[in-house]
Design a protein around this ligand. Structure first.
Ligand code: RFL
Ligand code: PHB
Length: 392
């Protein structure tokens, strides 16, 4: 087997990269170690920046998003006694969209299987090789158990945080890793109940952070800050709804409850691996970096990475120019660090550490963001998405 770009991982980063390259005449093969059903059912992100929406539309996978996505004009920041709306159009002229990552992935897979480049599910033993040469290859075992070799010009490692690509990059470069694990986790639920709010609510509460998000006019997505060691079995549906109602409590407002269809505990970490390239192997998305979900940045960062990477690979493979490929890692990392800071800042402002001094600093910061237009604008610009290229 031979292709121009071998792509490892069919998450949003790998699928979108394949699509962007196909539109510019570059061949790809995407290798995914899970089944299509598994990949399409994995519940994750919900907020898309305008840039992400535009990129998906330009790539020809925006029709359902435009029909079913919900445009949001701001968020509420809440702390006891106050629920304050930040209006994004007023603060920075932009909006964001609610459209589940599951739906983005389904749209990308449908486009790929409808005459797009090969997409192989259920492969195993995936290994990028000879990435320091001009003819790297990927060894893998196909779904029928047959060992295969995919000869490539370039390999894209879009295989997420637990993938095989990052260790190969880290093994051959003078690289560096940065990691921060947070002393809290999120208990996330999906519920068949209409959202109780028009915009997302980010709530600071003495018992811990809570977030009210949504997926559609009839499905709500909610999160509670819990201890990372918390066992999901100890959280009955009643206990979850009671904790959510306490943390979102506000005079004259009520939280609607309904059947919970999914619940899980999610760890939170910040992680950056640099550089995002070794020879002919390029990393993009969660394979190179993780942010805590408080800033809603992970999926948007993955899309920004592959937008830069697609242009760099077109220039490398069609025009034989290495400039964009050589600057890819630095340009991607400029944005990665901006989003890493913003996600850390939102996380630090909103989660209870248990320390009363921390709590007073957080409340002071929240009052500042809600009371000062310039402080609010800084949040709004970061949340709705900064320009693609942030390199100095
Ligand atoms: P993914 O989605 O993890 O996809 C990687 C793919 O690679 C496959 N894979 C392999 N394939 C072949 N061989 C191997 N050896 C392989 N190893 C792994 C995996 O099966 C998978 O299919 O990474 P990608 O494409 O970089 O996309 C990143 C996003 O998924 C992630 O950043 C977001 O979900 C983060 N995130 C959010 N981002 C946002 O922008 N807005 C949000 O509102 C938001 N909310 C969230 C989130 C992440 C969350 N969790 C679960 C961590 C909320 C949550 C709760
Ligand atoms: C979500 O809807 O899953 C979601 C929304 C906003 C966040 C994180 C997750 O900050």
């Amino acid at each position: 087997m031979r292709t121009q770009v071998g792509i490892i991982g069919a998450g949003p980063a790998g699928l979108l990269l394949s699509r962007l390259l196909a539109l510019r005449g570059i061949d790809t093969v995407v290798l995914e170690n899970r089944s299509r059903e598994y990949v399409e059912a994995r519940i994750r992100a919900g907020i898309l920046e305008q840039h992400t929406v535009d990129t998906l539309a330009d790539a020809g996978v925006g029709d359902r998003l435009q029909r079913e996505g919900l445009e949001h004009h701001g968020i509420y920041l809440q702390y006891p006694g106050t629920r304050h709306k930040l209006s994004f159009p007023e603060l920075c002229g932009r909006t964001v969209w609610v459209y589940g990552q599951t739906e983005v992935v389904k749209d990308l897979i449908a486009a790929q299987l409808d005459g797009g480049p090969p997409l192989l599910f259920d492969v195993s033993d995936v290994l990028p090789e000879d990435v320091d040469t001009d003819s790297p290859r990927i060894r893998f075992t196909d779904a029928d158990g047959v060992p295969q070799v995919l000869e490539c010009d370039v390999i894209a490692g879009t295989d997420g945080f637990h993938g095989v690509s990052r260790p190969v990059v880290a093994g051959g470069t003078q690289g560096k890793l940065w990691e921060r694990t947070y002393p809290y986790a999120w208990l996330g639920i999906l519920a068949d109940v209409a959202p109780s709010t028009d915009e997302l609510i980010y709530a600071w509460h003495p018992d811990g952070f809570a977030l009210h998000s949504m997926r559609s006019p009839s499905v709500s997505r909610l999160y509670l800050q819990v201890d990372p060691a918390e066992k999901i079995e100890e959280w009955s549906d009643d206990r979850i709804w009671t904790a959510l109602a306490d943390r979102f409590a506000l005079d004259g407002w009520e939280l609607h409850t309904g059947p919970i269809t999914e619940k899980s505990v999610l760890p939170m970490r910040s992680f950056v691996s640099a550089p995002m390239r070794r020879g002919r192997l390029f990393l993009a998305g969660d394979a190179a970096h993780i942010v805590p979900p408080t800033g809603a940045k992970g999926l948007n960062l993955a899309v920004a990475d592959v937008t830069l990477l697609a242009s760099a690979l077109v220039r490398l493979l069609r025009e034989k120019q290495t400039d964009l490929a050589d600057s890819y890692s630095d340009r991607a990392l400029a944005r990665v660090w901006r989003c890493t800071h913003f996600s850390w800042w939102m996380t630090s402002m909103l989660h209870r550490s248990g320390d009363d001094f921390d709590a007073e600093l957080q409340l002071s910061q929240l009052r500042r963001v809600c009371g000062s237009e310039s402080a609010a604008r800084e949040l709004a610009e970061n949340y709705t998405g900064l320009p693609l290229d942030l390199s100095p």
